[in-house]
Each structure stands twice: as structure tokens, then as C-alpha cells.
Design a protein around this ligand. Structure first.
Ligand code: S3P
Length: 416
């Protein structure tokens, strides 16, 4: 397989959700460009519209959002497959005076919500839930400030609490075991909202000013770029240029681990977009060696574990990912499914406790993979299917529309 050409990954999913939500809360008209048009971001737009936001169509990467007052929704808020929509909206709704019921698809309804509802209840939100998941009903109101140590390193938990502080106009301080992605903090800082960090704790301090409207360009998603980068590393020859990739250090763990595995990804044209660092990446094929991915590194590459696991299955030696128990509660049980699917195509892989062990090999992968409608499993194993002699069949392909609608077109175009 030869790598060739130039690819631009779709807009960053995490940042797209956040700018939509903040623009919906802002005064005046905000203009957003470079947005992801994938199904998850459409879920956020749909839910925001249901509570009264005036948002133009998300079929285009540019949208305008006009100021509007949030209102009690006429029906349940369906967050689709999107954990970020559900958890961040809970934070926003905690500061509103009406009640709303959130639900989602069968995957999202299985995902834990208590990590967000517990601290929101401590702030004074009234939440009726039947178990640790959706559907649930939240009635916001007058909130109290919160100082909280999260048991999980989760940007969704951190962001939900910061958004509750913002909408409820109360101070919030959060500590987490390891630093998770900091897009919410950067956007707050960019908009002049009172955010600061001291000794690893993130604090929001309300100020009298309302949220100003803004114009922002969302960078490309490194978590989507990761699949193209991985396919280029596995190629036999050639080179791939991946343009406009967000390289926020809380997201670039994949590049750090690739370097350790023997693949150097060059960053060129470093620049800034709305407070986020952006670069173009030059990727060349490499002989990979195994590595140990440590627990503090996991939040910086949490969505890239499936594709890194695929790369580890082609590396020389045994790779271990430490402390990846969180992967059990993503869009699917990624810990078990990554291991089971690698075995299904002839590789040696195993989840032991919360660690993932993978033995590298150069035998061509052959077999059928169960994606469980998880976009990142589908894309990771499609990448494995590009290696010489491979015959990897996917149980479905359409889940890629969640985060990378043009994935198969780009993969075909760049790898021939
Ligand atoms: C996200 C945070 C991560 C990540 C998810 C997006 C975000 O989830 O896996 O795809 O936008 O904040 P957790 O907060 O559950 O780690």
C-alpha cells in the first residue's frame, strides 16, 4: 500500500460541541466555521434548538447562532449517540429554571451519568434518575458553588461542572486524577470568562459580564486525523500530508506514543486558531516497535486507543496500555471489543484487569470484526484492512458518520 496526497480531517468534535453550546448561551450573533458536520454535533444542535436556541443548519461547516432565551423543551432531549451532548447539556441545564428529560440511543443509555449528576446534585440541581444512566430528568435552579475532586479524568465531567458554574453564576473548582482535554478552559479564557488554574485545580469565578458573541474557526480533529496518520505509518511507501490538525498538548498523546514506537510525525506550519494550537502533519511509513502506554498518558489519547492497538498489533514486541478501564464505558465496551476483534483477525490480544496487552505480528490480518456501531472501532479496523494481504471485514460501516462522515472516501483516495 502506498500513502499519497493531502487530507483535511473534519472539525474537532469536542470543540464543535463546546462552541455551539457557548454560542447558544452568548449575547448577540456568533459565527462558527470549521465545525464537524457529523451526527454527534447535530445531536447537540438539535437539543439546543429544543431549548430555544436559534442555530442555522449544521450541514455546512459554517453556522450562525443568534441570542435566544432558553425555555422548557416541549419534548425529551434526545442526545443520540453523543456522551458529550448529554453530559455537557446536564451542566448547562443545571443553571436553568425549567425541567428537561434527556435520553439517547441504546449505546448512550448504557453509559454512566452519575459521574456528572452526583456533583451537580451537590450544587443544588434536582435530578430524578432511575439508575446510572439515561433517561433522567433535571430541574435546575439556584445553584451553590462547588469544590470537587473527580474520581475519573474526564473532560466531560469537568466541562459539565464549569458550564453549571457559568449558567448558575457560582464558583466551581475541580481537581482530576490526570489532566483531561482543556478545550472548555481555553474557550472560557478566549471569551474572557473567569477561569484559572492553580496547582492542577481548575477554577471558574463568575463575573458580572454576560457571555459575548464570538467568531471562531474550529481546527481539524486529531482523533479523526489519527486514522489517516496510522494508515500512513502502516503503508509500504509514500507520504501523507494531514492539514489543519488541532495539536493541543492535552490531545497529542498519540504523536508522543508513535514517536516512541519509531514513527516520527513532523509538525509544520504551527499556528493558533481561537486559542488552540494547529499544525499540518507530515507522515511517513515506519517499522514499529512495542511500547508501554502509561496511565497518565491515557487521557491525552483516550479516543485513539483502538487505532493505537491496531498499530501495536503490527509492531515488533508486546505492547501494554495501562489503566484503560474507562474504555469499557465509551460508545461500546472498547476494551473487550478491541481485544476480541484483534483475536478475530488472528492477532494476540487480551484485556487483563484494566490493562490491554497486544502481541505484535506481521501475519496478514484476516477475519470479521464486530464494530458494535462504534465509529472508532469501525475506522481503526478499516485501517488494519489496508495492510498487505489483509482481509478485514466490518460488521457495519455507517457509524463513521458520527465523527468522520467522509472517512472511507479519504481512506480510498490516500491509500492505493
Ligand atoms: C470528550 C471527552 C472524552 C472523550 C470523548 C469527548 C469531550 O470523554 O472520550 O470522545 O469532548 O469532553 P470522557 O470525558 O468521558 O473521558
Amino acid at each position: 500500500m502506498r500513502a499519497r496526497g493531502v487530507v483535511q480531517p473534519p472539525g474537532d468534535k469536542s470543540i464543535s460541541h463546546r462552541v455551539l453550546m457557548l454560542a447558544a448561551l452568548a449575547r448577540g450573533t456568533s459565527e462558527l466555521s470549521g465545525l464537524l458536520t457529523g451526527a454527534d454535533v447535530k445531536s447537540s444542535a438539535r437539543v439546543l434548538r429544543q431549548v430555544g436556541a436559534d442555530i442555522s443548519s449544521i450541514n455546512d461547516t459554517s453556522v450562525a447562532i443568534h441570542a435566544s432565551r432558553f425555555l422548557h423543551p416541549a419534548s425529551r432531549l434526545n442526545c443520540g449517540n453523543s456522551g458529550t451532548t448529554a453530559r455537557l447539556m446536564l451542566g448547562i441545564l443545571a443553571g436553568q429554571t425549567f425541567s428537561a428529560t434527556l435520553t439517547g440511543d441504546s449505546s448512550l443509555r448504557r453509559r454512566p451519568m452519575r459521574r456528572v449528576t452526583e456533583p451537580l446534585k451537590q450544587m443544588g440541581a434536582d435530578i430524578a434518575e432511575r439508575g446510572d444512566g439515561l433517561p433522567l430528568t433535571i430541574r435546575g435552579g439556584k445553584l451553590r458553588g462547588l469544590t470537587y475532586t473527580s474520581p475519573v479524568a474526564s473532560a466531560q465531567v469537568k466541562s459539565a461542572l464549569l458550564l453549571a458554574g457559568l449558567t448558575g453564576q457560582v464558583p466551581v473548582t475541580i481537581r482530576e486524577p490526570y489532566r483531561s482535554r482543556d478545550h472548555t478552559e481555553r474557550l472560557f479564557a478566549h471569551l474572557g470568562l473567569g477561569i484559572h488554574e492553580r496547582d492542577g485545580a481548575i477554577s471558574y469565578q463568575p463575573s458580572a459580564v454576560s457571555i459575548p458573541s464570538f467568531t471562531v474557526t474550529v481546527p481539524g480533529d486529531i482523533s479523526s486525523a489519527a486514522f489517516m496518520v496510522a494508515a500512513a505509518v502502516l503503508a509500504d511507501n509514500g507520504e501523507l500530508l494531514v492539514e489543519n490538525v488541532g495539536v493541543n498538548p492535552t490531545r497529542t498523546g498519540i504523536l508522543v506514543v508513535l514517536e516512541r514506537m519509531g514513527a516520527h510525525v513532523e509538525r509544520i506550519n504551527l499556528r493558533d486558531a481561537g486559542g488552540e494550537p494547529v499544525a499540518d502533519l507530515v507522515v511517513r511509513p515506519a517499522q514499529l516497535r512495542a511500547t508501554e502506554v502509561t496511565a497518565p498518558e491515557i487521557p491525552t489519547l483516550v479516543d485513539e486507543v483502538p487505532v493505537l492497538a491496531v498499530l501495536a498489533s503490527r509492531a515488533h514486541g508486546a505492547t501494554v496500555f495501562r489503566d484503560v478501564g474507562e474504555l469499557r464505558v465509551k460508545e461500546s465496551n472498547r476494551l473487550e471489543l478491541v481485544a476480541a476483534n484483534l483475536r478475530a483477525v488472528g492477532a494476540r490480544a487480551e484485556a487483563r484487569g484494566n490493562d490491554l496487552h497486544i502481541e505484535g505480528s506481521d501475519t496478514p490480518p484476516r477475519g470479521r470484526v464486530v464494530t458494535a456501531s462504534d465509529h472508532r472501532l469501525a475506522m481503526a479496523f478499516a485501517v488494519l484492512g489496508t495492510v498487505g494481504g489483509a482481509d478485514v471485514r466490518l460488521s457495519e460501516k455507517k457509524s463513521v458518520a458520527i465523527s468522520y462522515p467522509d472517512f472511507f472516501r479519504d481512506l480510498k483516495r490516500c491509500f492505493a
